[in-house]
Design a protein around this ligand. Structure first.
Ligand code: CA
Length: 478
């Protein structure tokens, strides 16, 4: 892979040229353009929220009902060593959509009001100027939706945007033609309020028209509407569910639990302990989401476009409370595998053999170049991308060129170089051999000092490269 370490290019100054380059290559008028359009794949990108590594049947889940995700995997490829770029929501999603490390695209921490964790209640006036209301992913970043739009795609986003709530940060200003969902990182599934603040939007406007309806059903409804309207042309349908994330509710009995509709709760046995009850809600939320995904897959079949539609499914980070990350260590927010290695499925019947498993080392950074290439959209010149087109890897024709990956969350950090993983964090430290110890149980720091030194050196080089990148907001823009 092309190394990004030591790259000193400054993408921002080239942005005008970048956008021109992105607009220029394809002509849209005339029959030949229509034929080219007909051959380009549709893209359905589905993201779940805090779903554990083993919270799908096709990833070994034992008591979870995910028939549609399992069907998706049977028709495509399952990725078993797939990593997201941050162990929690906001930076993971920003990095996915920009194709750049969180530290390079500037969204390298959560954009939220942490005072609610200390039972602070925001007044409306106070909330209006609070961090989660005014912060967003840097507008200079080029989202995948912007690139695809310039190449003729019609784009819809339905769900958890998590990229900022000011109008300039919302999806309609980032290349999407259609948006229904919320701008920040979490809501109450039924009231659509975030700690008491109404948060659902249609386009740029807040709406309470659907208050009371379970959020997953609403995102399903809107995605179905989009598919029915736009199935005949190349589309990019982004469905970032908030399921099965815990609810951000002011109600003490609801807060932190995973809400689900009664008919889905009824599919799982009632729990006796708080832990079992939470697990039940979690599983019900997963199965409700799986049903919604099933309807989208059926529509692709009904319209005869399934063969040339790329369907991607991934969790935005490892599972939190109520999830099952086995056999991985740790979970959401951690640098151990349970926080960053997530279930991922890619299906593209036209190009990827069905029913396969890909055990190659790949990351969410790969999706931007992969999907752009599939869509026939050259990567904008002058922007540093941190991944590569992984289609040959997914097809089983090539080993992954990725040799290393780095993660940083405040003072926690981790590096993977080949089979080796190094973690230094508040939740634990160590050097692990993932080839023989995927559960990260045996710390080899003392036994392999030369390997430890190598990983620390690679991490330091990456950190320097991130420090040298052009500053991006909202946390560092100077
Ligand atoms: Ca998440």
């Amino acid at each position: 892979m092309r190394t990004t370490l030591g790259d000193r290019r400054q993408p921002g100054r080239l942005l005008a040229a970048v956008m021109l380059a992105a607009v220029a290559p394809l002509a849209w008028a005339g029959e030949s353009a229509s034929r080219a359009e007909a051959q380009r794949p549709n893209i359905l990108l589905i993201v779940s929220d805090d779903q554990g590594y083993r919270d799908l049947g096709c990833f070994g889940g034992v008591n979870v009902k995910t028939p549609n995700l399992d069907r998706l995997a049977a028709g495509g490829v399952r990725l078993t060593q797939f990593y997201v770029n941050w162990p929690a929501c906001t930076p993971s999603r920003a990095s996915l959509l920009t194709g750049r490390f969180p530290q390079r695209c500037g969204t390298y921490d959560m954009m939220r009001n942490d005072l609610v964790n200390y039972d602070h209640r925001y007044t409306p006036d106070e909330y209006a100027v609070s961090p989660e209301m005014i912060l967003g992913t840097d507008e200079r970043e080029v989202f995948l939706s912007e690139l695809l739009r310039e190449h003729g795609y019609v784009n819809g986003c339905f769900g958890k945007w998590d990229g900022g709530q000011l109008q300039r940060f919302l999806p309609l200003q980032q290349g999407f033609h259609d948006f229904y969902g919320f701008g920040h990182t979490g809501i109450d599934y039924f009231t659509h309020e975030r700690y008491g603040i109404p948060s659902m939007r249609r386009g740029n406007q807040l709406t309470t028209e659907d208050k009371g309806t379970y959020a997953t059903e609403l995102f399903r409804r809107e995605a179905v509407r989009f598919l029915k309207t736009h199935h005949a042309r190349p589309f990019f349908l982004y469905v970032p569910f908030n399921a099965p994330h815990g609810a951000s509710s002011l109600e003490p009995g609801v807060r932190g639990t995973v809400q689900a509709p009664p008919e889905y709760l009824a599919m799982y046995p009632e729990g006796k302990t708080t832990r079992e009850q939470r697990r039940r809600g979690y599983l019900a939320a997963v199965t409700c989401m799986d049903d919604a995904i099933g309807q989208l897959l059926e529509l692709l079949d009904d319209y005869g476009i399934a063969r040339n539609t790329i369907v991607v499914f991934l969790s935005d980070n490892g599972g939190g409370t109520g999830s099952d990350n086995a056999p991985l260590r740790g979970g959401k927010s951690q640098m151990f595998e349970g926080g960053i290695r997530v279930p991922c499925i890619v299906r593209w019947p036209e190009r990827i053999p069905a029913g396969g498993t890909c055990d190659e080392f790949v990351t969410a950074l790969e999706f931007f170049p992969t999907l752009a290439a599939a869509a026939g959209a050259p990567l904008p010149r002058g922007i540093v991308y941190d991944g590569f087109d992984m289609l040959p890897v997914l097809q089983g024709r090539q080993k992954s060129p990725r040799e290393e990956m780095f993660w940083e969350r405040r003072s926690d950090h981790a590096a993977r170089v080949g089979r080796w993983k190094w973690v230094e964090s508040a939740r634990g430290n160590g050097l692990f051999d993932l080839a023989s110890d995927v559960a990260e149980q045996q710390d080899l720091s003392a036994a392999k000092p030369e390997v430890l030194a190598l990983l620390k050196a690679r991490f330091a080089a990456w950190k320097q490269a991130m420090a040298d990148a052009e500053p991006r907001g909202p946390f560092r823009d100077y």
